[in-house]
Design a protein around this ligand. Structure first.
Ligand code: AR6
Length: 175
């Protein structure tokens, strides 16, 4: 069960994450942190080449972990880069996907971020089944918000397509 307070801290929107006006957006990156396709490509294109220059100084990121950069040409002040698991159907995938959300939120809080947008990590190129990934995303974020009830944080699940939005809406309403 998600409390009413936490429900009010979570929003589901359909759209392009690069256009959102919030303190931080999360990038579903790969371990190199040097760009790629999907949301990663869109974020690098929108933020500009200064982003790649900063990413080069980070020396990659392990699966499930998160690193932060400036937002450059985005409205968002920060980009939190996290690396989701490549789906293989093991319990480790689920643990690593939950780590992505938790570690991103922890890093955001360390940087005084009070509004953060997540894409549907691992559900594109990395092949994580959408329903399973959504359950993990919503549960992990809701738990983090419960655990940090004294910190004002607004979370936006930014869904690129209508199907993803429907699955997120159903999941956030039913709990
Ligand atoms: N705004 C919001 N969501 C988006 C956007 C956007 N502009 N563009 C795509 N999505 P994916 P992954 C959605 O493949 O599965 C990259 O090459 C997309 O529809 O971007 O974690 C990286 O470099 C899907 O719902 O990320 C890695 O190599 C979700 O974002 C690899 O892909 C995630 O899809 C990571 O794969």
């Amino acid at each position: 069960m998600i409390s009413e307070k936490v429900k009010n801290q979570i929003q589901v929107v359909q759209g392009d994450i690069t256009k959102l006006d919030c303190d931080g957006i999360v990038n579903a990156a790969n371990r190199s942190l040097l760009g790629g396709g999907g949301v990663d490509g869109a974020i690098h294109r929108a933020a500009g080449p200064e982003l790649l220059a900063e990413c080069r100084t980070l020396h990659g990121c392990r699966t499930g972990e998160a690193k932060i950069t400036k937002g450059y040409r985005l409205k968002a002040k920060y980009i939190i880069h996290t690396v989701g698991p490549i789906y293989s159907g093991t319990a480790e995938d689920a643990a690593q996907l939950a780590d992505c959300y938790r570690n991103s939120l922890n890093l955001a809080k360390e940087h005084d971020v009070h509004s953060i947008a997540f894409p549907a990590i691992s559900t594109g190129v990395y092949g994580y089944p959408l329903e399973d990934a959504t359950e993990i995303a919503v549960k992990t974020v809701a738990q983090w918000l419960e655990d940090h009830a004294d910190y004002a944080m607004q979370v936006i699940f930014c869904c690129f397509d209508a199907r993803t939005e429907r699955v997120y809406q159903a999941r956030t309403l039913q709990q």
